[in-house]
Design a protein around this ligand. Structure first.
Ligand code: CO
Length: 502
């Protein structure tokens, strides 16, 4: 067998292990019985170890070196070149971690995720803290093995958003905070506060399910290549473009949680469903970074899903499912869904203060890895920062430091992706409006497919073939620019809160 064929075979095997593991995780998070979890985490540990062995084998290392040699490299297709590059990055990162340590990490984080769910439910940070301590310790060991970049936290950040640094983010987030805080203050001072009372009342869960399905179909989610389930913490997992699974959660007293949660995960799913066929079965068959992934979920959830034209198109159908909304006109509904209100829970936050939730987590993660902040001190620091940035104090840890699943899974460095996603999304929308001047008329007519096609052509189809910075530069003709998000938010809330009058 030629080196390229051998390499492609190993790469496909790695991808297949990933898919098998993703099914197991999906199952764990969507109602697998608790008593089976200990055994299940062992299974995950064994399979991960197998995958890890393949990703770090000497054979793979030798093949990569051979494929990178000048005469072979120049013969490779662009796809194979991308695959070799991506594989090299992954190999160099993985080969530095001893297999036993990796397996320990996988089992620990799988246990911690299950434990987190229980501890959050029971508001029990103390029982969760030892696991979190262990995860931080192992992560620190791994940072040493990977090699410290500009700072320890830089090493983690780079894994979710290749090329992003603490120096850049300090600048971007500082900029964002300095412009968003005064905007939030102006909004709070406006006498034109939207009504929201009608959003919190009984909403039949079966009807919520039906509407979620309806909206996904409108967006272009392919139900023959995916499914919608329920979980405590909504998520999306792309097994392959033909099997992309998302979850949402239905609250009997709040229609917006499932509604916008579904649109958000639907955005992630559409990315995964529309990756080019030639990438299927390779490790390039996934989103290029967490930030770009979040740009797609948040583009659909906020830029499109919380827009006036969107509800002009779809509010009638919602009213037909929920007669209690009959007396609420579209404008009241639209404004109610765009209320700005500093709150405790990130996933329920509005588009503006959401970014402050992220800045808090970013600063805490930096403190953990760059300043040695310990798990026992997290609730205190968390509450202080919420008071400082949002003016709210969590009444308990369940609504404070325990609210997110990420740290239990070891995903330190992930949170900034959400705000990066907001920024990328606003920047993409700016370009889309220029290239498709009637885009909002299309939305208003309930014709979302041209948007899906636009995103597929420029983003979805490439999977991991292009880096985040390449994509942004190629699509928008400039690097990431937070000003688009600021302008977008200013324009939107000036209208909703009639800020010219304030
Ligand atoms: Co998301």
């Amino acid at each position: 067998m030629k080196p390229l064929e051998q390499f492609r075979l190993i790469n496909t095997e790695i991808k297949q292990y990933e898919e098998a593991l993703a099914v197991l995780y999906w199952d764990l998070r969507t109602g697998a019985p608790r008593k089976g979890m200990d055994t299940r985490t062992q299974v995950i540990g064994t399979l991960s170890a197998e995958m890890f062995a393949r990703s770090t084998s000497q054979q793979l290392g030798a093949l990569l070196t051979e494929l990178e040699s000048e005469e072979v490299w120049s013969e490779l297709s662009p796809l194979d070149q991308s695959l070799v590059k991506e594989s090299r990055l992954d190999y160099d990162r993985s080969v530095k971690i001893p297999p036993a340590l990796y397996q320990q990490y996988v089992i620990l984080t799988a246990q911690a995720e299950s434990k987190w769910e229980i501890c959050k439910e029971e508001n029990d940070y103390e029982s969760f803290q030892p696991l979190l301590d262990q995860i931080i310790t192992i992560t620190n060991e791994m940072i040493d093995l990977w090699g410290v970049k500009a700072s320890r936290y830089d090493t983690l950040l780079d894994q979710y958003e290749p090329g992003m640094t603490v120096a850049q983010l300090d600048h971007i987030f500082g900029d964002l905070r300095d412009q968003l805080v005064p905007l939030a203050e102006k909004i709070a001072a406006s006498p034109h506060q939207p009504r929201t009372d009608f959003l919190q009342q009984g909403f039949d869960v079966e009807q919520q399910k039906a509407y979620s399905k309806f909206i996904l179909e409108q967006m272009g989610f392919d139900f023959e290549a995916g499914r919608l389930d329920e979980s405590v913490h909504p998520f999306a997992t792309g097994l392959n473009p033909g099997d992309v699974r998302i979850t949402t959660r239905y609250l009997p007293n709040d229609v917006t949680s499932a509604l916008f949660g579904t649109i958000h995960e639907g955005g992630h799913a559409m990315y995964e469903q529309n990756i080019g066929a030639e990438l299927i079965g390779t490790t390039l068959c996934t989103g290029t970074s967490m930030g770009i992934h979040e740009s797609q979920s948040r583009f659909w959830e906020n830029v499109i899903g919380r827009s006036r034209p969107f509800w002009n198109a779809y509010y009638e159908e919602l009213q037909s499912k929920f007669p209690q909304l009959a007396s609420i006109d579209m404008d009241t509904f639209y404004r109610g869904n765009n209320v700005v209100n500093p709150s405790l829970i990130r996933i329920e936050a509005d588009e503006l203060t959401y970014n402050l939730h992220i800045i808090i987590r970013y600063e805490i993660e930096k403190m953990i890895f760059n300043e040695g902040l310990q798990a026992k001190d997290l609730p205190r620091v968390w509450n202080e920062k919420y008071e400082q940035y949002l003016g709210v104090t969590p009444p308990n840890n369940a609504e404070g430091v325990l609210q997110d699943v990420h740290w239990s899974g070891g995903a330190f460095g992930y949170f900034p992706s959400y705000s990066l996603g907001n920024m990328y999304a606003a920047q993409f929308m700016n370009t889309l409006e220029q290239q498709m001047p009637d885009v909002w008329a299309k939305v208003e007519a309930g014709d979302l497919h041209p948007i899906k096609d636009w995103l597929t052509e420029r983003i979805y189809q490439y999977g991991k073939m292009k880096s985040p910075s390449e994509l942004v530069q190629e699509i928008t003709n400039e690097p990431l620019n937070p000003q688009y998000l600021v302008e977008y938010l200013k324009e939107k809330y000036t209208d909703i809160y009639r800020l010219e009058e304030v």
